[in-house]
Design a protein around this ligand. Structure first.
Ligand SMILES: C[S@@+](CC[C@H](N)C(=O)[O-])C[C@H]1O[C@@H](n2cnc3c(N)ncnc32)[C@H](O)[C@@H]1O
Length: 228
C-alpha cells in the first residue's frame, strides 16, 4: 500500500486538517474542520437518519482522508449507544504516523475516545474490525470509480470527495448513479457541496435533493434522499 503525506494545517475552530499541494486542495473548510464535519455528516446526516427511525445505521464514507468523520461517527455510536457499521473507501491513504500527529484525539467530544481513534488509524484494511462495542469499521483501499458493491446496502452516505475544481470526475453522473444504487430506499446522501451542477446531476439519477443550511462559513449544503 502506498501512503501519502500531506501537510498538516490549522483551521479556525482549532482542529487541524491536511493540505495537498498537488491538487491545491484542503481536506476540510478553513473555517473549522471539526465544526464542518459535525454539521454536515453527523447533524445533517447520521442524526437525521436516526431521528427518522434508522436504528442501526449502515454508513458509507467516500474518502476516509484524516478519519475525522470516522472518529466522530464512532464517538456518536458510543455516546448514544447506537450500533453503527461504517464502511469507508480511500484511494490515497495518509501515512498513519502523520495522522497520529494531528490534534483530533484532544478535541472536545473525542478526548474520551482517544484510544479508539488510534485503533481506527491502526485498523487493517479490507476487512471488518470491531473498534468498540457499538462501532464496526471496514476500511476499503480502492478507487470509488471502479468500486463494486451490492445494491441497497447503506442508510447514510457521507459524500466527502475533493471539490469539483480539483476532482470534477467525482461529481459525475456515473459516480452519483453508483451512490444511488448502493443506498437503501429511504437512505440519504450528505455533502458539504451545494453547486447547482452537482444538484442537477444527483436529481438526474433519481435523488430528491434538499439544499439546507451549510456549516459555518458556507451558506448551503445538500442532502439527497433515495425515494422509498
Ligand atoms: C475531502 S477529503 C476527505 C476528508 C475525510 N472524509 C476526513 O474526514 O478527513 C477527500 C478524500 O477522498 C479521497 N479520494 C479522492 N478520490 C478518490 C477515489 N476515486 N476513490 C476513493 N477515495 C478518493 C482523497 O484521497 C481524500 O482522502
Amino acid at each position: 500500500m502506498k501512503f501519502i503525506n500531506p501537510k498538516i494545517v490549522s483551521t479556525a475552530d482549532g482542529s487541524e486538517s491536511l493540505y495537498l499541494p498537488e491538487l491545491d486542495e484542503h481536506y476540510h473548510s478553513h473555517h473549522g474542520a471539526l465544526q464542518e464535519s459535525m454539521h454536515v455528516y453527523i447533524k445533517a446526516g447520521l442524526e437525521h437518519a436516526v431521528a427518522n427511525g434508522c436504528s442501526k445505521p449502515r454508513v458509507f464514507e467516500l474518502g476516509l482522508g484524516t478519519f475525522l468523520n470516522t472518529f466522530i461517527t464512532m464517538a456518536y455510536a458510543e455516546r448514544k449507544g447506537v450500533e453503527i457499521s461504517h464502511y469507508g473507501i480511500e484511494k490515497f491513504p495518509v501515512e498513519p504516523e502523520s495522522l497520529k500527529k494531528m490534534n483530533y484525539s484532544m478535541l472536545p467530544g473525542l478526548q474520551d475516545y482517544s484510544a479508539f481513534c488510534s485503533a481506527i488509524v491502526d485498523a487493517g484494511w479490507d476487512k471488518e474490525v470491531e473498534i468498540t462495542p457499538h462501532f464496526k469499521l471496514f476500511k476499503k483501499y480502492g478507487d470509488f470509480l471502479s468500486f463494486e458493491h451490492p445494491s441497497n446496502s447503506f442508510d447514510v452516505f457521507y459524500f466527502d470527495a475533493f471539490g469539483f475544481r480539483a476532482q470534477s470526475e467525482m461529481w459525475s453522473e456515473a459516480v452519483f448513479k453508483k451512490c444511488f444504487e448502493i443506498l437503501a430506499p429511504g437512505g440519504i446522501l450528505v455533502t458539504y457541496a451545494s453547486k447547482g451542477v452537482a444538484r442537477r446531476t444527483m436529481e438526474s439519477v433519481g435523488f430528491k435533493v434538499e439544499r439546507i443550511t451549510g456549516a459555518p462559513g458556507k451558506r448551503e449544503m445538500m442532502r439527497a434522499t433515495k425515494p422509498l
